[in-house]
Design a protein around this ligand. Structure first.
Ligand code: NAD
Length: 314
């Protein structure tokens, strides 16, 4: 009793993860979806996942898996799902028109003045979905990283008209459920995660396209090198530690960074012979069919769980 309520709109992969995260912190969670089969599937899958997390000692919060599960309910009625919610997390498919329609409905249906309307969008700018809404000052994007339960990063991107209070409350809420909020202070295409990820994909692709490296060896640069470090320290700390501090690093290496960077080629088109080649190399190891991809995704998630466990112990 007395727990505060969060509404989750869309009960697919990301909606399910948010439901588990909010329940972990003791919130009452109501999930809404247009597809009732998705809601049924979500309950089954969440129960299974919470039990498995508990078995592995990775459950967040202090409540038992069973208690967390009992905090999560479903509804096929949107106004019921959002009624009295302090926070609404939208997780419908990545489509501007669909999200715009959804936020317009949420704007009208939410019942509390304080409710924050939050989108999980991976790459739609806040101004494309929130502009013109009466409650625009309480609209914001919180973009999680997949799988959210094991990769706690959440990018917070306000609309230009989002109030400082709504920003603060969203950050605090994310921290409270054990996520790691980072601020993208002004909206920018790709937010932070995808801007950096795309910089990497661009160079990886060029190294293969130019015949300098195989796709397998490019991947190893990450799995055995950069990625080993990046699980613990980011690019700025890497710089700071790789010399006698940041200033010293730049005295030594700024000219190299500028020289190498000026040799980066144009943005690849990601098609033609290189695409065929990369697909063929990748599919020889992981065939591009659902069963094989799912097996490998399961393997990836198991590795991430092991890493999350390690980081928790440190
Ligand atoms: P998904 O396809 O797994 O789930 C979408 C759910 O929304 C489905 O259950 C669907 O039935 C439901 N839905 C469709 N139309 C609806 C409507 N009008 N009202 C209510 N529910 C509706 O998608 P997902 O992977 O969970 O992605 C959801 C959002 O999260 C997207 O904006 C995506 O960009 C973002 N996101 C995804 C990832 C990822 O790795 N999958 C990571 C971060 C953010």
């Amino acid at each position: 009793a007395g727990q505060r309520k969060v509404g989750i709109i869309g009960s697919g992969l990301i909606g399910r993860s948010w439901a588990m995260l909010f329940a972990g912190a003791g919130f009452n969670v109501v999930m809404y979806d247009v597809d009732s089969a998705q809601l049924d599937g979500a309950k089954v899958s969440i129960k299974q996942q919470l039990n498995e997390l508990e078995r592995q000692g990775l459950l967040r919060g202090t409540l038992l898996a069973e208690e967390q599960f009992s905090l999560i309910s479903t509804s096929e009625n949107l106004s019921e799902a959002v009624k009295d919610a302090i926070h609404i997390q939208e997780c419908v498919p990545e489509n501007v028109d669909l999200k715009k329609q959804m936020f317009s409905k949420l704007n009208d249906l939410c019942t509390l003045d304080e409710t924050v309307l939050c989108s999980s969008t991976s790459c739609i700018l806040p101004s494309k979905i929130f502009t013109g809404l009466r409650r625009v000052s309480q609209c914001i994007v919180a973009h999680p990283c997949n799988p959210p339960y094991h990769c706690p990063l959440t990018e917070i991107i306000p609309h230009p008209e989002t109030s400082e209070d709504a920003v603060q409350r969203t950050r605090e809420l994310m921290a409270k459920i054990g996520q790691e909020p980072v601020m993208v202070k002004r909206e920018i295409d790709g937010f932070a995660l995808n801007r950096m990820q795309y910089a990497i994909i661009n160079e990886a692709w060029r190294l293969v396209e130019d015949g300098i490296m195989t796709p397998e060896d490019v991947d190893k640069v990450f799995t055995t090198g950069l990625g080993m470090r990046y699980a613990f320290i980011g690019p700025f700390e890497t710089i700071h530690l790789n010399a006698e501090g940041t200033e010293n690093y730049m005295q030594r290496y700024a000219s190299s960074i500028r020289r190498v960077s000026s040799s980066f080629g144009p943005i690849p088109t990601f098609d033609g012979k290189t695409l065929e080649h990369v697909e063929q190399r990748m599919a020889s190891r992981i065939p591009s069919v659902p069963d094989e991809l799912n097996k490998r995704r399961q393997w990836r998630d198991d590795r991430l769980v092991a890493l999350a466990k390690l980081k928790k112990q440190m």
